[in-house]
Design a protein around this ligand. Structure first.
Ligand code: ADP
Ligand code: MG
Length: 743
């Protein structure tokens, strides 16, 4: 498998493979699977053709004529390129030596220069009758070189299933096909990474047979059984990596932090103004059990927006502080870090006022460390972290800087992990000396089981399924601003009514709009000249911005207290806006997605999302979670210019139709590409998963996981499975598995 391709196909072709597809070895070529299969008809002699058949014929071109359908004039071959955009018909007469057959191609005049008289080719398509002449209408064509004209080669090429490869002009599918055939014919031994016993048990075909069937199938069934086998192989390699990693993690040392009676946690529980939900209590116990072990916790806490993850995290942090350690809470944005800091401080009350007048007898401190602190506050925060006087430190990635030291960091809580890179998490792990800290990752974007098993293979998962009692439902509607301009006016009226009832509202926009005004911006008048989804005229207009909406609301809601919030405001201003909104001193907050996660203002009842189609499903769900957090029923209006039948409108309708985050997450994932799901798409890396889908192939992944676990438990180094071991090694070497690396 590691043998060089150039030993098989010649230097020139090998170089093209290397240049175009990065393929160097035989193994890489054989794993360049067909993108799909072309279905041809059966190879049929001319005199056996029947109208209605799907057939393939082999013949030589006798005559070609191109005619303009407008002028009915015949077009000379040297003129055809001028007629590329005209309506034309190209008629080709082919012969098998005895009989003739007519082919008709519409609007492809250039074919006249390819299918010149004497050219041999395969044609396939439906046999029709036109004015008493038998034709193939708009057939597929494959020109045959003179050396391809052996009966055997024609038979092969005319096969009902022909592979189509991810190819390019420089490396056409026929070259790939030919090279694969050469390799398959000349390669003798092939080592199968799937151990034979497992292959038997799972009824999977062997490697050689599978390669034959995936590249040169005779029937549909062939490539189905082949693909099944390769999917399992990919899943097995991946799950073996994860099983090994779990074994390593299980062997890591952490300082056990068993829950202590009579500490801060008990004091906190005693002063909690509400009763924990059953789920919160249960997950709490799971976490305490993890923390008591001498191995690091790796737990994912997933729960619907508003399900009360923060309390769960805080209780975990307090229990660690009680046991003499420190905890860190990492947030994806500064706004959110600041919010968390306030929330924690407030929830803890005097328990967070250690050493202060009025502080409780047993108390700690909650530090805040973000990028935009002034030098003095920063120094204090860093000192508190380093001395250990801050039992809890909240912050953004500024916390990851080398300079930040901790006295005894033992728990890292990561909020909204999907915003955090794996590298950053790894950096934090390095801050706790010899022992590895316990890690709790929180997310409001539920992850399907298989994805959790793939991307977060070594994380245990806890789920909060219920919302705290007394939550009000959120009503959501789509507001088609273009079809129904009056509805948008009505939306602003609803905002006014809510404010009159004493509530507050968010208006969310995709863009800030404070860029230097340019031509596009001038054109981009509010809600004018909207984008045409079907991809028609003109440039799409820029998304509606915070600044534009502020101007509009100045007119419409001028008497209310309207303010703006976005990422480019100075930190203290952001802070001040956020605190005034939380204090009820602002009625309407026009903002970008800085408010997406975690912001908690229970009095906010209404959210209007402008150009809602520009947001993703889970993002909208997150945003919507900002309202309906208190006793006040929530209202979410999704304003859009997208067309009723468009895909983006479909997404909005889905969001409006349910508040079930798991359901939305499923819809969302189905609409995304696999790479996005695994988080590798942005980096543009090739993934080692070629045929396996972490969404669809749940069963295969579960089986492979089970198999991998048992293999690793008896043979952690895979000594008895050298082929699998070498597959695992090369998967690890390829950058593509970076996403597995540090989770
Ligand atoms: P999320 O899971 O989205 O982070 P939060 O932790 O921010 O949710 O909780 C949302 C709101 O619900 C907060 O105001 C929190 O104080 C409140 N809350 C949490 N747990 C309960 C509970 N058991 N009963 C009542 N309210 C709760
Ligand atoms: Mg939260």
């Amino acid at each position: 498998m590691d043998r060089k391709l150039r030993d098989f196909v010649g230097a020139k072709t090998a170089k093209t493979f290397s240049d175009v597809l990065g393929i160097e070895t035989v193994g890489e070529l054989l794993r360049h699977y067909p993108r799909r299969y072309l279905k041809k008809g059966e190879l049929t002699p001319f005199d056996e053709l029947e109208v209605g058949d799907q057939a393939t014929v082999s013949g030589r071109v006798k005559k070609v004529t191109v005619r303009s359908l407008d002028s009915k004039q015949e077009i000379r071959p040297d003129e055809v390129n001028k007629y590329r955009r005209h309506k034309t018909i190209t008629k080709v007469v082919v012969t098998d030596g005895r009989n003739d057959l007519e082919l008709a191609f519409f609007n492809q005049p250039w074919l006249a220069n390819k299918l010149t008289a004497g050219t041999a080719a395969l044609f396939w398509g439906e046999v029709t009758m036109f004015r008493d002449i038998m034709q193939l209408k708009g057939p597929g064509t494959e020109i045959l070189d003179e050396e391809d004209l052996s009966e055997e080669e024609i038979e092969r090429r005319a096969k009902p299933f022909r592979p189509l490869y991810p190819a390019s002009a420089k490396l056409p599918t026929a070259t790939i096909e030919r090279s694969i055939k050469i390799v398959l014919d000349n390669l003798d031994e092939l080592d199968d990474p799937i151990p034979e016993l497992i292959r038997k048990k799972e009824k999977l075909i062997g490697l050689r047979e599978a390669l034959q069937k995936v590249h040169l199938p005779e029937t549909e069934k062939d490539w189905e059984v082949a693909q099944k086998r390769f999917r399992f192989e990919e899943a097995l390699v991946m799950q073996t990596i994860l099983a090994q990693r779990r074994a390593v993690t299980d062997a890591l040392k952490a300082v056990p932090r068993p829950r202590a009676e009579g500490g801060l946690l008990d004091d906190f529980d005693a002063r909690l103004p509400f009763k924990l939900t059953e789920g919160q209590a249960e997950v709490g116990e799971e976490i305490f059990a993890d923390l008591a072990r001498p191995h690091p916790m790796h737990r994912l806490l997933q729960g619907e927006v508003g399900s009360g993850k923060t309390v769960v995290a805080l209780r975990a942090m307090l229990s660690v502080v009680d046991a003499g350690g420190q905890a860190v809470l990492l947030a994806p944005t500064e706004v959110l870090a600041t919010q968390h800091h306030k929330t924690l401080t407030k929830m803890l009350g005097e328990l967070a006022e250690q050493g202060m007048l009025g502080g409780a007898e047993r108390a700690t401190r909650v530090g805040l460390l973000t990028g935009s602190l002034n030098a003095a506050s920063r120094r204090t925060a860093m000192l508190d972290a380093a001395s250990g006087s801050a039992g809890i430190v909240v912050g953004t990635h500024a916390l990851l800087e080398d300079k930040v030291q901790f006295a005894d960091l033992s728990l890292v809580v990561v909020d909204e992990q999907h915003r955090f890179g794996v590298e950053q998490r790894a950096a934090l792990s390095q801050k706790s000396g010899d022992a590895t800290p316990h890690v709790l990752v929180m997310t409001a974007t539920p992850i399907p089981r298989t994805v959790a098993m793939t991307v977060f293979g070594d994380l245990a998962v806890s789920t909060l399924t219920e919302l705290p009692a007394g939550r009000s439902p959120i009503k959501s509607s789509v507001v088609p601003a273009k079809e129904r301009p009056a509805w948008l006016e009505r939306a602003w009226e609803r905002v006014r009514e809510e404010v009159q009832k004493g509530h507050q509202a968010y208006v969310v926009c995709p863009r800030i709009g404070d860029e230097v005004k340019n031509a596009a911006d001038e054109e981009g008048e509010f809600a004018a000249g909207a984008e045409d989804e079907a991809g028609a005229k003109g440039k799409p207009r820029p998304a509606i911005s915070v600044i534009q909406v502020a101007e509009v609301l100045e007119q419409v809601l001028g008497d209310l207290r309207v303010e703006i919030l976005h990422g480019r405001l100075p930190a203290d201003e952001k802070d001040s806006v956020m605190s005034r909104f939380a204090a009820g001193e602002i009625d309407v907050l026009i903002a970008t997605t800085v408010i997406e996660v975690g912001v908690d203002v229970p009095n906010a009842s209404t959210m209007v999302v402008m150009d809602a189609d520009r947001f993703g499903i889970s993002q909208l769900h997150q945003l919507r979670g900002r309202v309906g957090r208190g006793k006040v029923p929530g209202l979410c209006l999704l304003v859009t210019d997208s067309w009723p039948a468009s895909a983006s409108r479909g997404r909005l309708d889905a969001v409006a139709s349910t508040t079930d985050g798991f359901e939305l997450s499923r819809i969302d994932l189905e609409n995304r590409r696999e790479g996005d799901v695994l988080g590798v798409a942005q980096s543009g890396r090739r993934t080692s998963l070629k045929l396996l889908s972490v969404l669809r192939d749940e069963e295969i992944i579960l089986t492979a996981r089970h198999v991998a676990n048992s293999l690793i438990s008896v043979d952690p180094e895979l000594t008895d499975y050298p082929v699998l071991r070498s597959f695992v090694r090369s998967a690890l070497e390829s950058e593509a598995t970076d996403y597995l690396e540090k989770t």
